[in-house]
Design a protein around this ligand. Structure first.
Ligand code: FE2
Ligand code: FE2
Length: 239
């Protein structure tokens, strides 16, 4: 598990986040495919969940941009508009890494992933806070997934992708938690976040448990890691 509570990024303003996203975009991963090989058993193990996450990382971001622009107007902060556009670009880069990996092994992308569709519908139920709560829940689960996937494979290309994802997703959780700190934190919001995390963790485990199990993760460890990240996010959101 990764402790990000002491990161200096937790003191970032949206201007700082905008600079961060801009600089991070200048250092995109070049996937080291040289001599990368996978056995048929490894392919069967990893690609179902990789296809699922490839869909989840991809977004046109239309609804997010619309509600983010409204929020930026309310808090009189134009930087947030740029942050969110750079954030969406970064998420699509993540989807691109996984797609490159799938293409390398001639794996077809999935048109529809049920869990992804549920997440997308939930995100659009209300305004920015709803969107960000759902997004950050998925990102915290992604931290656990890429952490496990990195150890479930011997593929150097996939390990490099997982490390890049972890490098980028940790700041995303801090960034979204900072946005949530602009809203009033209530008992009901925390209850919703905990309930959503439990439901999303259970659904992810059902569809991806083979990857977690092969990396030595139990359901207890998976849920424990997700709630560890959630407790950090809620602390940052309450500041
Ligand atoms: Fe991502
Ligand atoms: Fe993310």
């Amino acid at each position: 598990m990764i402790n990000f509570m002491k990161s200096k990024m937790n003191n970032f303003s949206y201007s700082d986040w905008n600079t961060y996203f801009k600089q991070n975009d200048e250092h995109r991963l070049v996937i080291p495919f040289e001599n990368d090989t996978l056995t048929e058993g490894e392919k069967k193990l990893i690609f179902p969940s990789i296809c699922q996450f490839e869909r989840g990382e991809h977004s046109d971001g239309k609804h997010l941009i619309r509600v983010a622009d409204i929020f930026a107007g309310k808090i009189h902060n134009e930087d947030y508009k740029y942050c969110i556009r750079r954030f969406i670009k970064e998420e699509n880069a993540h989807s691109g890494y996984l797609k490159q990996y799938m293409d390398h092994y001639n794996v077809q992308a999935k048109e529809t992933v049920i869990l992804d569709r549920i997440f997308r519908q939930l995100r659009k139920l209300a305004g920015l806070r709803c969107e960000v709560i759902v997004l950050v829940t998925a990102e915290m689960i992604a931290l656990s997934y890429y952490d496990a996937l990195k150890n479930a494979t011997k593929s150097t290309a996939l390990k490099a992708i997982c490390c890049q994802m972890l490098h980028d997703e940790i700041p995303h959780v801090m960034f979204q938690s900072y946005t949530l700190s602009h809203f009033k934190n209530t008992f009901y919001i925390e209850l919703i976040r905990r309930t959503l995390m439990m439901a999303a963790s259970a659904a992810t485990w059902i569809s991806c448990y083979k990857v977690f199990a092969s990396a030595g993760w139990t359901f207890k460890k998976f849920v424990g890691a997700n709630f560890y990240y959630l407790s950090h996010s809620m602390k940052l959101s309450a500041d």
